[in-house]
Design a protein around this ligand. Structure first.
Ligand code: NAP
Length: 259
């Protein structure tokens, strides 16, 4: 299927690895020019070079922390008028809420709620003027079914989800859509990091914990980042203009609800 976005430009945040990279690659495969971001310059530059050579699109790498004003300004200076924005950043650490002070909460809110909202604010009026915009926020399955150890994520991401639910309905008439993709367990560095707590608590090896998690999933496996990227690219397509304010769970069927 031709997604009719060849030649458009996208900002993909936190995209040197994992789900962000998969979204960037899927867009590049459709002929979208990219500005990609992550903090570690060497890894980011390597990702940019890989994508350029594989897909022949323009890829600008902007190293920096997207959760800071300086990081966002640098990305926006490189691409002030994107057609597509994919919001992403690292997830908050697991833990017990009794140990979290104001600073922990402010950091989680900054990273996973305020940062995407500020980026949306910076680009959305241009999208409205041009009559096309696609914004995808990478959130988490924790928005739909809270994960006990990830209270910071449960809270901060749900705040973003509530904001987006309102704004998406205010901009849809201009062919500007905002949707959220909710990953369940995907094969990335982050997944293994979040399983570390279970390894410690259970006394099992990482491989045993990973296998148990797979066995518990209806699909009996973790997701491939490429599957996530493909869903993102479709949400960014011309054809997806009637998909507005949705929260799309990619979790292999782990969430047991009928709806
Ligand atoms: P990942 O494999 O660890 O990749 C994270 C990427 O984001 C890297 O490129 C990293 O590069 C970049 N990054 C992290 N913090 C950043 C920052 N402050 N500014 C700029 N770039 C930053 O993680 P992932 O699995 O793709 O996860 C992506 C998001 O989905 C996270 O928020 C995660 O919590 C969420 N999620 C993931 C899963 C899963 O199973 N994988 C499930 C639910 C939710 P640098 O470190 O060099 O900056």
């Amino acid at each position: 299927m031709d997604l009719h976005i060849a030649g458009r430009t996208a900002i993909v945040c936190a995209a040197s690895k994992g789900l962000g990279r998969a979204c960037a690659e899927a867009l590049a495969a459709e002929g979208v020019h990219l500005v990609i971001n992550a903090r570690t310059s060497e890894v980011l530059e390597q990702t940019a070079a890989d994508i350029r050579s594989r897909y022949g699109v323009q890829v600008t790498a902007i190293a920096g922390d997207i959760t800071t004003t300086e990081g966002r300004d640098a990305v926006l200076a490189a691409c002030p008028a994107p057609d597509i924005l994919v919001n992403n950043a690292g997830g908050p650490p697991p833990g017990d809420f009794r140990t979290w002070g104001d600073g922990d909460w402010h950091q989680a809110l900054q990273n996973n709620m305020v940062t995407p909202i500020q980026l949306i604010k910076a680009v959305i009026d241009g999208m409205i003027e041009r009559g096309f915009g696609r914004i995808v926020n990478i959130t988490s399955g924790a928005v739909k079914a809270p994960i006990p150890a990830l209270g910071l994520s449960n809270g901060a991401r749900t705040g973003l989800t509530g904001f987006v639910a309102g704004l998406s309905r205010q901009v849809a008439e201009h062919n500007v859509t905002i949707n959220n993709l909710l990953p369940g367990p995907f094969e990335t560095d982050r997944l293994n990091a979040t399983l570390a707590g279970a390894v410690k608590a259970s006394g099992q090896s990482l491989e045993q914990v990973r296998q148990a998690r797979k066995d518990n999933n209806p699909s009996k496996r973790f997701g491939n980042p490429e599957e996530f990227g493909a869903a993102c690219a479709f949400l960014c397509s011309a054809q997806a203009g009637f998909i507005v304010g949705q929260n799309i769970l990619l979790d292999g069927g782990a969430f047991p609800g009928t709806l």
